[in-house]
Design a protein around this ligand. Structure first.
Ligand SMILES: Nc1ncnc2c1ncn2[C@@H]1O[C@H](COP(=O)(O)OP(=O)(O)OP(=O)(O)O)[C@@H](O)[C@H]1O
Length: 305
């Protein structure tokens, strides 16, 4: 890999197909050394954005650059950006090894890379199998292996977890994290947050082609809350509101059950003890990122939390 900083930069990016606004005024940055999740529901514009980054779709407005350059201007595009966008495209009669050999020649990469990427991605155990006979998981690995042939500093992967079983997802997570730890810029799209939750440090969330959030994954979580059950829920509410004016919000879930926002479980327990209020249950509720995602992408209507 070269030492250049291979940052992905998207600014004011817009694409309309006839009357369809696929992407509108989108802006985000993906920094090297991180896995960044590109999240959005189906049809939100993820693939179109990735295609614009690869110069496969011409933007209506704005720009999408890699290391400050448009894809077409990169000195060695195939050795700079490894992409998995379209997961068809294997010759059915080629073996996995043949497929990589063809792509290594096409890309002008050393033939020794074929063995290296097969070992890296776990293709070796089925290298002699014809591609038509590969399982979904094997196909995913072979696509990744193909993308890595040029040892690229940038990886663009469109829904790489699609169709993988939990073991495959766990492998993918660890693998992509390792690639990022080597200093690569890794952008991974998904419409299923739980798939990327444990692998990505950063997220770019879009809806309807527009940015709705970007930043560290940890910041996308909603506010934490504590669920408390007490036979004296009313007096407890009064005590907490009086002791922490403006800082606490209390939801009445049931006559004896509250959800308290703005305080820790320990803080609530201390206030309750100080006023002799018995607690029958006190449970910190960590909001799930899935919930935050559904909220951000407007898919939680009717859901109260
Ligand atoms: N070539 C095209 N011609 C017309 N409309 C298109 C074209 N490509 C994409 N679109 C439309 O642009 C919108 C965004 O599609 P895109 O495939 O980028 O979304 P996505 O987030 O990748 O979705 P998914 O998660 O389903 O793959 C959709 O409304 C889609 O129908």
């Amino acid at each position: 890999m070269s030492t250049r900083s291979w940052e992905i930069e998207v600014r004011g990016l817009t694409k309309t197909f006839g009357t369809v606004e696929a992407v509108t005024d989108l802006g985000f940055t993906v920094t090297p050394g991180t896995v960044t999740a590109f999240l959005g529901p189906n049809g939100s514009g993820k693939t179109t954005t990735m295609r614009m980054l690869l110069g496969l779709v011409t933007p209506t407005a704005g720009r999408a650059t890699i290391g400050g350059l448009r894809y077409a201007k990169l000195p060695r595009p195939a050795a700079t950006v490894g992409a998995v966008l379209d997961t068809s495209g294997f010759h059915p009669d080629h073996t996995a090894r043949d497929h990589l050999g063809v792509y290594a020649r096409l890309g002008g990469f050393a033939s020794s890379r074929v063995r290296e990427v097969m070992d890296l991605t776990g293709v070796t155990p089925f290298e002699g199998r014809r591609t038509r006979a590969l399982s979904t998981g094997m196909r995913r690995r072979l696509h990744l292996a193909t993308a890595l042939l040029g040892d690229p500093p940038v990886l663009l992967l469109d829904e790489p977890g699609n169709g993988l079983d939990p073991e495959g997802i766990a492998w993918l997570r660890a693998f992509l994290r390792r690639l990022a730890a080597e200093g690569r810029t890794v952008l991974v799209s998904s419409h299923v947050l739980s798939e990327v939750e444990q692998m990505a440090e950063h997220a770019v969330v879009i809806r309807g082609g527009r940015l709705v959030a970007t930043g560290p994954v940890a910041d996308l979580y909603g506010e934490a809350a504590v669920r408390v059950r007490s036979p004296r829920a009313g007096p407890l509410t009064a005590v907490l509101l009086a002791a922490h004016p403006g800082a606490v919000r209390v939801e009445d879930l049931e006559p004896d059950t509250l959800r308290i926002h703005g305080l820790t479980a320990a803080g609530i327990a201390a206030d309750a003890a100080a006023h002799g209020i018995p607690l029958h249950e006190i449970t910190p509720e960590r909001p799930t990122l899935e919930h935050a995602f559904l909220h951000l992408t407007g898919h939680d209507q009717g859901d109260t939390r």
